[in-house]
Ligand binder design. Structure first.
Ligand code: ZN
Length: 291
């Protein structure tokens, strides 16, 4: 089954909800970047968050970027999503060693590491992008995002993100949800929901046997949840030779001339999909000529 996101409401529109199954997306990211288990989980949670956030974009060309910069061995995470829920991302250190908690679970918080910060950049086609910033409160990603929503967007949000990895480091399941409290709702509703969510298994566990919409019905039981939209999401990089060339152009004449004189060619690698683009000495000379 393909990855998908459902959007909906509950409690007569006082709650806005998004839920995604991102299993294929995280498998693809893990394959493309040859990630260790802990890197798969950290990147997978962030990819899932970006997929969910893409549903809040209104313009067709809007783009959202999540950047996490920590002091742990993963060093950083970058994820980009567009309004069609095409998501791509990478971690600075894809081969980071797995770290475990005392209970034997992958210790994402330590791999990301505090102090650090989480940035949300929304390019909404305006002159300046919108940038939101919070210090990491846990490094587990979901809690940090919840903090971002509360302080930067003033929207109380329950964020749940989960990636399950098998002993051979393959991805079993990945998914997550946001439940957002709209301004006219009683904030007490979120405390009740948080209590309820603590009593049910993690979202990645639930996705093994149930569809996202069924899980939503369990979480929001008694609050009349309604699905308003269902759409696909996937891992997709939009790099091209033209974009890579634009990157070279932005270096400026002097720097490109240095590359011509010292290396006689340039190989550019896309961070998001590891595709390699070759520029020969002649290609580089042509670029300089056009500048
Ligand atoms: Zn690419």
């Amino acid at each position: 089954m393909q990855d998908y996101i459902i959007s909906g409401t509950a409690a007569d529109g006082k709650l806005r909800v998004f839920m995604a199954d991102t299993t294929d997306m995280v498998r693809e990211a893990s394959r493309v970047h040859n990630l260790t288990a802990i890197a798969s989980v950290a990147l997978g949670r962030t990819l899932t968050a970006a997929a969910l956030m893409s549903k809040t974009l209104k313009g067709e060309k809007d783009i959202i970027t999540i950047q996490v910069k920590g002091s742990g061995p993963i060093e950083g995470i970058v994820v980009v999503a567009d309004s069609k829920s095409n998501v791509r991302g990478y971690v600075y250190n894809p081969q980071v060693d797995n770290i475990f908690t005392d209970e034997g679970r992958l210790d994402i918080a330590s791999a990301v590491g505090k102090p650090g910060y989480l940035n949300i950049i929304k390019d909404l086609g305006l002159k300046e992008p919108y940038v939101g910033y919070v210090n990491l409160v846990s490094g587990e990603i979901a809690e940090d995002l919840s903090c971002y929503f509360y302080y930067s967007e003033q929207i109380p949000t329950i964020v749940s993100l989960g990636v399950q990895v098998d002993s051979d480091e393959s991805i079993i399941n990945s998914g997550g949800f946001f439940i957002q409290v709209m301004p006219d709702a009683d904030e007490g509703i979120i405390d009740d929901l948080e209590k309820r969510i603590k009593t049910i298994p993690p979202v990645s566990e639930l996705l093994k046997n149930e569809k996202a919409e069924d899980i939503l019905n369990v979480i929001l039981e008694g609050l009349s949840p309604k699905v308003t939209e269902m759409g696909q999401c996937k891992y997709l990089c939009n790099c091209s030779r033209d974009r890579m060339e634009a990157g070279l152009v932005s270096l400026g004449k002097d720097e490109i001339n240095d590359i011509i004189n010292e290396q006689h060619h340039a190989e550019l690698v896309c961070h998001f999909c590891n595709e390699k683009y070759q520029f020969t000495e002649q290609d580089l000379k042509d670029i300089v000529e056009r500048l």
